[in-house]
Design a protein around this ligand. Sequence first.
Ligand SMILES: [Zn+2]
Length: 264
Amino acid sequence: MTILKNLYQKVLRELWLFKHRGHDYSCPFCGYSSDTMLPFGQELAEEVKKDHIIGGGRRNVRCLKCGSHDRERLIYIYLREIAHIFDSGKETHLLHIAPEPRLSQALLKAGIDYVCGDLFTEGYTYPEYVRNMDVLHLPFEDNTFDIILCNHVLEHIPEDRKAMQEIFRTLKPGGFSLLQVPVSYLLEHTIEDFTIEDPHQREITFGQQDHCRLYGKDYINRLQENGFEVEIVNISKEYAQFCLNPEENLFVCKKRLHPSDYFD
Ligand SMILES: [Zn+2]
């Protein structure tokens, strides 16, 4: 009976996917092209909507077939189309912090030197290729990685400057890190108040119950203060077929090749 039920559900799903086939969006992970996307993310509280948080809130960006969302597609497309790390023969040592599953799978198949880690939380299970690690104490030598990915993590960490310093330390000179966070360009200054611990208060102040700040325009300064040269890149319009967030800029955080460059 269970086999029949599973088969029935599988057929229904295939019909549903067939019905939504289209040319509006294309998923770079699974290759499915559709006429629509499914909702993803949490609805923002009324109190915080005025801040116009980019990279947060509920929006129609989830792939019908594999479930990928705009934030992980953005990183993937940058790595594939701009950094060309999937080109054969390219040697890349890459660290992926708090890895998204679909991005991980693509990177595992890329033939690069790939390491990924997360701070293990009790009650959760992790794939065997994920190592338990704390971004505040990365277990690596200085100048180890060509690329470090840390996508929508820093807004959860009280000591975000320490995390930035660890990422900078372990990045090779000439390497870069993609440090995406939810950001409001309407705010001159980041809203940060560690005395706010009540989940509802956090939601109406920072946009989400488990965030401890809402970054403003000065996010770039914070990255620069911790050593990075920051390049703001927007590839969302150029690669609109992948249903990226047109407003989400990439923060490409570079460690300069020569320390003397800092005195230019
Ligand atoms: Zn997909």
